[in-house]
Ligand binder design. Structure first.
Ligand code: ADP
Ligand code: ASP
Ligand code: MG
Length: 404
């Protein structure tokens, strides 16, 4: 007998047929005598539809507290429907909202972090042999206001619950049958991995492979929760995400793209000490997440600084820069939102020279211009025009196919 946490994503519970499919899979584990706790996302595109509704009311952006109130409704629908389906099949189930399941978070509405899970209620329900269905993506802050964890946050809810309950297994069910070397919907010959290390998965998730939310991987690593990513529709083994110490280091593990990037260029900054400090200190005060930074060589007493931020923070970054008027001299600021960050990830590249040049060669052969480059020990990212993003992923994946 085991304690199992299972998470089902939005497409896995998108309609009544899928809800019953999930209910049946849960019941199979329950009938074997296991304790089963299920975390569910909102059905299909519900969260996107709710965001649309909010924009109809306030196109410039409603308050984050009310966005959380609205978006958390999506998961309330899916947990109740799934519990009803399990009951209809003759088994006991109890659905719980985030707060009922004991999820306490900080107060950063729309991107809250889980601080603690009071598992008492869940344990009571399990002791009564109920199948517990928990709303993912949501919690309660210390003011008793509902919070959400950021897009894709149900993965994090599941991992956090598995850690808090010391579960034997944490299974993330989705609409593909595992983690691949590139998005299998975009790159048909992408390879499925049997296993992947936390570090490599974290990089892939952070760089745009949305099959797992990056915070969930971070948490899985911290609490040593072994994850399995698998299909909710087909019964076959998925991909295990775990600490791999003795790893056969393939050159690269995967290719990912992230279109949620804006590039901000400040042209004609004065070329004196302290300018970068002034600029990035202000951006930090405005809580802008800066990613890649590039500074030109100074000429005629001026220089240019270019950096990237998530698209939805571009205007905030502009505000931060504008607030420096008077104390920072420059000629102009421009924002480009038509870019994509394409990256390769792999622990093996550390010890293999030539990986970067192979990536750049693939882009050159495909006629794609590189705008910015950033590297770390286990990843290389390039910034390119968004219209070539899919083509770039395919070309790079093809170039490394024999090394995957
Ligand atoms: P869920 O609703 O189950 O949370 P998501 O849409 O968030 O599902 O994540 C699953 C999707 O992630 C897949 O449909 C696939 O298109 C995409 N994806 C992107 N990169 C990868 C990858 N490297 N491996 C597998 N899937 C990927
Ligand atoms: N429903 C939320 C979203 O669409 C959370 C999730 O699916 O994990 O982002
Ligand atoms: Mg997801």
């Amino acid at each position: 007998m085991a304690l199992i946490v299972k998470k089902f994503g939005g497409s896995s519970v998108a309609n009544a047929e899928r809800v019953f499919n999930v209910a049946n899979r849960i019941i199979e584990d329950y009938k074997e005598g296991n304790d089963v706790i299920v975390v569910v996302s909102a059905q299909g595109d519900t969260t996107d539809d709710l965001i649309e509704k909010a924009l109809e009311i306030n196109p410039t952006g409603a308050s984050k507290r009310e966005m959380d109130m609205l978006l958390s409704a999506g998961e309330q629908i899916s947990i109740s429907l799934l519990a009803m389906a399990i009951e209809k099949l003759g088994f006991p189930a109890k659905s719980l909202l985030g707060w009922q399941a004991g999820f306490q978070t900080d107060s950063h509405h729309t991107i809250a972090r889980i601080k603690n899970i009071n598992t008492e209620r869940i344990k009571n329900e399990i002791a009564k042999r109920n199948i517990v269905i928990v709303a993912g993506f949501q919690g309660l802050n210390k003011y008793d206001d509902i919070t959400t964890l950021g897009r894709g946050g149900s993965d994090t809810s599941a991992v956090a619950l598995a850690a808090a309950l010391k579960a034997d297994l944490c299974q993330i069910y989705t609409d593909v049958d595992g983690v691949y070397s590139a998005d299998p919907r975009k790159v048909p010959n992408a390879r499925k991995m049997d296993e992947i290390s936390y570090d490599e998965m974290l990089e892939l998730a952070t760089l745009g492979a949305q099959v797992l939310n990056n915070r969930s991987v971070e948490m899985a690593k911290k609490y040593n929760v072994e994850l399995e990513v698998l299909s909710s529709l087909e019964k076959k083994p998925g991909t295990i995400v775990k600490e791999i110490v003795k790893m056969e280091k393939t050159l690269i593990k995967g290719v990912a793209k992230d279109n949620n990037v804006a590039r901000i260029s400040i042209v004609g900054l004065q070329d004196t000490p302290g300018i970068a400090f002034k600029l990035f200190n202000k951006l930090a005060q405005y809580k802008v997440n800066v990613d890649i930074i590039l500074q030109s060589v100074g000429r005629h007493g001026t220089k240019d600084i270019t950096f990237t931020v998530p698209k939805d923070q571009a205007l905030l970054a502009k505000e931060a820069i504008d607030s420096l008027e008077g104390s920072l001299n420059f000629q102009e600021v421009s924002i480009d939102e038509t870019i994509s960050k394409v990256s390769i990830v792999g622990a093996g590249m550390e010890s293999h020279p030539g990986v970067a040049s192979k990536m750049f060669e693939a882009l050159c052969d495909a006629g794609i211009n590189i705008q910015m480059i950033s590297t770390s020990e286990i990843k290389i990212s390039v910034l390119i025009d968004v219209k070539y993003a899919d083509k770039a992923v395919e070309a790079i994946h093809e170039a490394f196919l024999n090394y995957l």
